[in-house]
Design a protein around this ligand. Structure first.
Ligand code: UDP
Ligand code: MG
Length: 336
């Protein structure tokens, strides 16, 4: 998403705002101590900010939880959430967003591939008025060619077929203003693709660039299966295109069949028409599935950014009204 939009502070920044950092962890015992040391060094250096770090243990089987409880015992600014089993990276980040209470919330991986040093720049841009500060990966050291290549292709494919703008080469290392966190955590869907949902919400966004570093310890937890799952989740969450493939194929096939029979000046066999007809019918079903999918996931048709009357902004309570409805109100449809 372009960084050219004028930033607009959503809520007045408190004199000493609370900055939360959310860290999803799966079997990160080998690195978590060093990550915490580096994170707190950066957070302590933030001018006039309080901070908290929320670690989410996503069903680790190694000593991650023991390390985390030791960190929490030594530092009251550490909060922990332990999931019953491994639910996956996206649910773990969402759990952290729900737990965090900061005026700004930063999500970052546990393995130091995302440099904690960038957090200071993110907070500075947030204080300058940007509700979303994302981080675009310009390079990815220590990752296989297969992984970087497929990620490169995937982000571009997604951008080509998405129903709304999406960011290229941007993962879940970002800062979100409290108002954006509130919007995202009110979405009732369980198959949330966070990086797409942030773009869907549409708040003004600026992005920093960084080179992804190699892991200092441990191995990737994103297996091929999890990568495929994340791509599928992203594609289905951001794009109507997959459901529209049969209809498009059917119409093209029927058009081709009609053209061929006109050129040949004789009708083509019924089987040629039947394939196109069936694909078009599947396309009609696809449109209904899309409608049902949209209704079931229960996103609001719009998100209000600001209200303005008589030349002055409306009070913050009013500004936030359309995204601060209770989850029950969303579920019963009263905010649609
Ligand atoms: N992670 C998680 N649950 C999972 C997979 C990963 O909480 O099921 C965490 C992991 O501990 C790390 C972050 O998500 O903090 C990103 O995972 P990883 O570094 O393995 O992915 P990669 O950077 O290799 O894509
Ligand atoms: Mg990693």
């Amino acid at each position: 998403m372009p960084a050219t939009r004028t930033p607009t502070q959503l809520t007045a920044v408190a004199a000493r705002p609370l900055v939360s950092v959310v860290v999803p962890c799966l079997d990160e015992a080998a690195v978590i101590g060093e990550t915490h040391r580096r994170l707190t060094a950066v957070l302590r250096g933030l001018p006039e900010c309080e901070h908290e770090v929320v670690y989410v243990d996503d069903g680790s089987r190694d000593a991650t939880w023991d390390r985390l409880t030791a960190l929490a015992a030594a530092d009251p600014r550490v909060r922990l959430v332990r999931l019953t089993r491994n639910f996956g990276h996206q649910p773990a980040v969402l759990a952290g967003l729900r737990e965090a209470s900061g005026d700004a919330v930063i999500t970052i991986d546990a393995d130091l591939q995302d440099p904690p040093g960038l957090i200071a720049d993110m907070v500075e841009r947030w204080r300058a008025g940007w509700p979303v500060v994302s981080a675009r990966r310009t390079g990815r050291q220590g990752e296989s060619r297969f992984k970087t290549g497929t990620a490169h292709v995937f982000y571009r494919l997604l951008a080509a077929v998405a129903d709304h703008p999406v960011n290229l080469d941007t993962g879940d290392f970002r800062l979100l203003d409290r108002e954006v966190v509130r919007t995202l955590t009110l979405l009732p869907e369980s198959e949330l693709y966070l990086r797409g949902a942030v773009c869907w919400a549409g708040f003004p966004e600026t992005s920093l660039e960084y080179g992804r570093l190699p892991r200092p310890a441990g191995r990737t937890k994103y297996t091929l299966r999890k990568m495929a799952g994340l791509s599928r989740r992203g594609l289905l969450a951001c794009s109507s295109a997959p459901a529209r493939v049969p209809g498009a194929v059917g119409l093209a096939w029927l058009g081709g069949t009609a053209l061929t029979s006109a050129v040949l000046r004789r009708p083509l066999p019924p089987a040629a028409w039947a394939f196109g007809g069936q694909a078009v019918l599947l396309g009609v079903l696809g449109e209904y599935l899309l409608l049902i999918h949209r209704e079931v996931r229960g996103r609001p048709p719009y998100v209000v950014h600001q209200r303005w009357a008589s030349g002055v902004p409306a009070p913050a309570e009013l500004v936030a009204a359309d995204v601060t409805a209770s989850p029950e109100a969303w579920a019963t449809g009263s905010v649609r």
